[in-house]
Structures are given as C-alpha cells and as structure tokens.
Design a protein around this ligand. Structure first.
Ligand SMILES: NC(=O)c1ccc[n+]([C@@H]2O[C@H](COP(=O)([O-])OP(=O)(O)OC[C@H]3O[C@@H](n4cnc5c(N)ncnc54)[C@H](OP(=O)(O)O)[C@@H]3O)[C@@H](O)[C@H]2O)c1
Length: 426
C-alpha cells in the first residue's frame, strides 16, 4: 500500500519554484527514499494570476495559506520575512505538521520559541537551507558530529561579500567600485545593507551556534561588523603579508559559554578558507576528535537551495512514517552567550607614527603594560618624517587588545590608527 503525504508549499519564488520542479520530476526517487509518495497539495503565493510554469498546476495555486496548512502533513515555508511566515509556521507546528524552511531571518529572531513549539507538538522544524544554501552543514553538525565535541565553527556564509572581498583581492579595486559591479551582476540586493553590514551572516552564525552547541541563540547575541570599512589598502597590506581578508562568522565554545561574532578577518593564504573564491560559501569546523573539517559549495541559488530543502523534506517524511519526530537538538539547560570582549583573537594593526628614534620602544611598552605580546612588527618609512607601522599580536582577549589600542592611540608619536583587524588561523 502506498502511503501519501500531502506537502503544502508556501512561496514559489526562486527556491520554491525549484522545490516544485524536483517534487514533480523526481517523484519516484523521493518516494523510494522517504517511503511515502510526496504529493504537492497546495502552493501559496501573493500573485495567484501569474503563470508558474509546468510544475505548478494552476488549480493548486492560491493565497489561502491557512487552508493549505490545515490540509497538509508537511509544510515548506519559502516566502521569507518575519510575517506572515512566523504565523504560518506556528500554525503548522501547532497542528503537528513538520515544517521545512530556509528562513534564516525568522529563525535568527524566533528560533528558540519555534523549536520549543515544534517539540511540544511532536513536529519537526528543519532548516538546512537557511545556512550556506546547498551545503549540508546543519545535519553534519547536529548528527554526524553528535558523538564528538565541536569547539569552533568558522564560516564564509555570505556569498555577496565573499564575491566583493575576493574581487578586491584579485584586482586591487576599492570597495565602492566592486560593490557597483556586484550590484550590476545581481550579487547584491537593491538595499545591500543586510549583506555588507554583516546582518545576513550574523543570522547564520546564530543558527550555526544553535546546532553546533545545542542551545538556542539569536541574532542579537552575535557581535556584528560588516565589510564597509575594508579598504583597498587593507587588502593590499594583507596580500603583502601573504594573507587574505574574509568576512567570517565565528562561533566558539568555552567552559564559560558560547561566543558568536561576524567581522572581516585576516587569514593566511594557506588556510582552506582562503581558497573560497567568488560567491561560494564554506564552513570550517573544529571538533575535538574529528579535527578540522571543511564543507564547501554554492551558498545560494534556486536549485542548490532547493536541494537542501528536499533533503530536509525526505527526512521529515521518514520520521513521520516512523511515527516519531527527531529528538530535540537543544540541551535542557541554555548555554550562556558571552560578550565579544571575552573573545580570544590575534589583532593586526596599522599605525601612522613619527619616524623618530625610540618610537617603536614606546609603542611596544604600551602593549607590554596591557599584557598583550607582539608577534611581529614591521615599519615602512615615508618621506615626510612619518612611518607606517604594522603590528601583529599574539592571542589575547579583545578586552585587553581594545585597551591597548586605546592607549596606543593616545601616544603623541602616533598620528593615527588606520586599521585594526582580527586574525584567525595559524
Ligand atoms: N534565493 C536563495 O538563493 C536563497 C538561499 C537560501 C535561503 N533562501 C531563503 O528562502 C526563502 C525564499 O527565498 P526566495 O529567494 O525563493 O524568495 P522569492 O523569490 O522572493 O520568493 C518568495 C515567494 O513567496 C511568496 N510570498 C511572499 N510573501 C507572501 C505572502 N505574504 N503571502 C503569500 N505568498 C508570499 C511570493 O509570492 P509571489 O511569487 O506571488 O510574489 C514568492 O512566490 C527566504 O527565506 C530566503 O531567505 C533563499
């Protein structure tokens, strides 16, 4: 006897349309893998008059989300935004229907509440598509590494900003010029702030931390800096030091709690993340027993993101047939989110200083006074009696590093601090 599960699709845009295509084209394979026929029962959109192509039968299209949800066993939310997506997901979970979504913005705001609602109702809320598009990363973190201890995750999780920084690195161009090109090529939204200010990456950082460390985290707990202050000079200086600048989402666990941060970061060109070019995404995981792992692939796009949605859908269908939802992935006791001042990183600084005897010693003394040790210091002389000094520190808390930077800035021999950037990796 064939069991049929009804699937409601909320949203049939870039990703939703591809999900409908795969559901139709690969129906037999999906049935073999999930154990049930997955039948598209409703498609909810705003514009019900638009032609949706051969994979979305007209009679399934409506704007009546409530009816679609109430008639479904599984609900796929691909509308995006907070509302009405949140209301619809809550309605589905409350009815015991499992939900698959790619909505990082919503989960980063309301994830803990929504996961709790899913658990209360014996339903599943899966979201592989919400972080790094097609790359299977959430399931590996939650399941494949369930027997290990993940200590740190570093991701290039925003393709637009990676495209921009990569182009700045390859061509020596400045940020404005590359942003204009990225917009023309469709890599940036009309309002690019979610990408270039780091908010999109911060939402994904909260989700990565939620799965890596088994506690619910939200976007407001993530320290966020975008790429808008990165200059062509920063990129050139990185190049001279055999480094590259990437916008990284870093989440790490210590005994005290979890620290989440998004910021431009210097990494060695030898680091695997340095080889991530263009709009690609990658997630680098450090685990106690597995060591270092890297997951790489397309971070966006209709078909790649739909691939992640379909993986979640097949798993949700299997669990539904087995009569059990996946056990909750969250620990009973919430884990504390730590302030960014507790982060332990290395810093790279560029200072404009007077080109005079004793200057280096005075600056080095300020570092020593604050307990920050210097790994490397290089001076480039200028013609007008000024010099540029580049310093790389050993690891210290951000609190100590910030205090050092503030004290160095007050020295009369320092005319300006032109760049302060964190360094990750060896
Ligand atoms: N695009 C990607 O590469 C990508 C990658 C990872 C994750 N995601 C996530 O996946 C989700 C969908 O993204 P997308 O790019 O496919 O979006 P999209 O192309 O803008 O499509 C949104 C769809 O939702 C429908 N919709 C929006 N608001 C609605 C409402 N109030 N009532 C009914 N229908 C509504 C739209 O209807 P109309 O067609 O009638 O306008 C459209 O079909 C988002 O959460 C996004 O963050 C996308």
């Amino acid at each position: 006897m064939t069991i049929t599960l009804k699937v409601a699709l909320l949203g049939a845009g870039t990703v939703g349309a591809e999900v409908a295509r795969i559901l139709t084209q690969d129906a037999a394979q999906l049935q073999a893998r999930s154990g049930a026929a997955l039948e598209l029962s409703a498609v909810v959109v705003r514009d019900t008059a638009a032609d949706r192509g051969p994979h979305i039968p007209r009679e399934l299209v409506s704007s009546d989300a409530e009816a679609a949800i109430d008639g479904a066993d599984l609900v796929i939310e691909l509308m995006g935004g907070l509302e009405p997506a949140s209301t619809y997901i809550r309605r589905a979970l409350s009815r015991g229907a499992s939900v698959v979504t790619g909505n990082k913005a919503l989960l980063a705001e309301q994830g803990p509440e929504l996961f709790a609602l899913a658990a209360e109702n014996g339903a599943e809320l899966s979201f592989e598509a919400a972080v790094a598009g097609a790359i299977p990363i959430l399931r590996p973190l939650a399941e494949s590494l369930a027997g290990d201890t993940v200590t740190k995750v570093m991701g290039i999780v925003n393709g637009s900003t990676n495209f921009i920084l990569d182009k700045m690195d390859r061509e020596g161009a400045d940020l404005e010029a590359v942003m204009a090109e990225a917009s023309a090529l469709g890599y940036l939204e009309a309002d690019p702030s979610a990408d270039v200010e780091g908010h999109d990456a911060a939402a994904k950082a909260a989700l990565l931390a939620t799965l890596a460390f088994g506690s619910g985290f939200s976007i407001d707990q993530v320290h966020t800096e975008g790429i808008t202050a990165v200059t062509a000079a920063d990129v050139e200086a990185a190049r001279a030091a055999d480094q590259v600048i990437k916008l990284l989402a870093v989440v790490e666990r210590s005994e005290a709690g979890v620290l989440m941060r998004v910021h431009p970061t210097l990494i060695s060109r030898e680091h695997p993340l340095a080889a991530v070019h263009g709009a690609f995404n990658a997630v680098f995981v450090e685990a106690q027993n597995a060591g270092e792992l890297m997951f790489y692939g397309p971070g966006a796009g209709g078909a790649p993101t739909a691939s992640a949605v379909m993986g979640d859908l097949v798993m949700a269908a299997r669990h539904r047939l087995a009569g059990s939802a996946e056990p909750t992935r969250l620990a009973a006791e919430p884990i504390a989110a730590l302030p960014v001042q507790d982060a332990i990183t290395r810093y790279a600084l560029a200072l404009d200083v007077a080109d005079a005897p004793g200057v280096l010693a005075r600056i080095a003394q300020v570092f020593a006074d604050h307990g920050v040790s210097i790994e490397a210091m290089r001076q480039n002389g200028h013609l007008d009696g000024a010099a540029e000094l580049r310093i790389i520190t050993h690891a210290g808390t951000q609190r100590a590093l910030d205090a050092t930077v503030a004290a160095v800035n007050k020295l009369d021999v320092v005319t300006g601090i032109t760049s302060v950037m964190r360094v990750e990796g060896n």
